[in-house]
Design a protein around this ligand. Structure first.
Ligand code: NAP
Length: 280
């Protein structure tokens, strides 16, 4: 068997196309969605992410405003900007690009964003809403993972989903989302006794550990769906957490890296911004 390759780029493009139509409608009603992106300091990787977010917003017609603040910005100055954005009726989503420079407290900064504009879904109120099954914003990468699985035509209810990784930005929220879809969910982490054995029980396996090619062919049940969230730089090349060439021989469907989950993250950010504007 050779797995179906799940084309995240194509699926994300389809989503952006649908969003562009919704944005056009909202704009006609005088409610053009607006996203404020706050970038503090001069981390080159963050600058690249912010540029691609801005470009993606422009492509679907979302008004995006990038606030570039110097490295030496104080917590007080950053919080003042967030408060201003919280009050701005033209801004429906606020994203503070992480990581923040030393001296700025990420927790305090995230908690200052209005939960109604927290399109990244990191505010504790949105985290809580996800866990108790109430409406709110969901972190973009986990939302993209579930959307990819659904759009591939895979049914989730009743399936065994194994999530490798328990971070607050990927592992835990992705597990909650699959639980919400009525899957039976197992979360593995660095202290799990036999990760390979747990993985072999998965109908849907989500790898989010940040360990290049950790998931081997004999960790995967024949016919499983494998979603690789990992982004690892090895000898100048980007590889996932799954040994793609080997695992595709046994999986039913698999995401490549790059071109799988990555493009979905920004698509989900745009979707959340459009939702925020529709709710406002
Ligand atoms: P993280 O915060 O470093 O968390 C990694 C998790 O993996 C931890 O829970 C850790 O367990 C677990 N882990 C580490 N080694 C393990 C092993 N050998 N077996 C089982 N579990 C193990 O990473 P993250 O932020 O969740 O990101 C994970 C990966 O996804 C990274 O490669 C990152 O670059 C990528 N990522 C991609 C996107 C995207 O848009 N595609 C977005 C975000 C992240 P402990 O908790 O016990 O330490």
């Amino acid at each position: 068997m050779t797995a179906k390759i799940i084309d995240g780029k194509a699926i994300a493009k389809e989503i952006r196309g649908d969003l562009a139509k919704q944005v056009a409608e909202l704009t006609k009603e005088g409610r053009q969605p607006g996203l404020a992106v706050v970038l503090v300091g001069d981390d080159p990787a963050s600058a690249v992410y912010v540029r691609s977010k801005k470009r993606a917003c422009e492509e679907v017609g979302i008004n995006s405003l990038v606030h570039r603040l110097p490295q030496e910005t104080t917590q007080k100055e950053l919080l003042a900007l967030i408060e201003e954005l919280n009050q701005d009726p033209k801004i429906h989503g606020i994203l503070v690009q992480l990581p923040l420079p030393d001296g700025l407290d990420e927790e305090i900064v995230i908690n200052a964003i209005s939960p109604k504009k927290d399109v990244d879904g990191f505010h504790p109120i949105n985290v809580g809403n996800l866990h108790i099954g109430q409406e709110g914003f969901v972190p973009c990468t986990p939302a993209g993972v579930v959307e990819l699985v659904k759009r591939t035509g895979v049914s989730i209810a009743g399936k065994n989903v194994v999530v490798l990784g328990r971070s607050n930005i990927v592992g835990k929220p992705v597990a909650s989302l699959f639980l919400r879809e009525n899957a039976t969910v197992t979360i593995c982490h660095s202290r799990t006794k036999d990760v390979a054995a747990e993985c072999r029980r998965a109908d849907i396996l989500i790898a989010a550990v940040g360990r290049p090619k950790l998931v081997q062919q004999d960790w995967v049940k024949p016919g499983a769906v494998v979603i690789d969230v990992g982004i690892n730089r090895v000898d100048g090349e980007i590889v996932g957490d799954v040994d793609f060439e080997q695992v595709k021989k046994v999986a039913e469907a698999i995401t490549p890296v790059p071109g799988g989950v990555g493009p979905m993250t920004i698509a989900m950010l745009l979707k959340a911004t459009v939702e925020a504007a529709s709710r406002a």
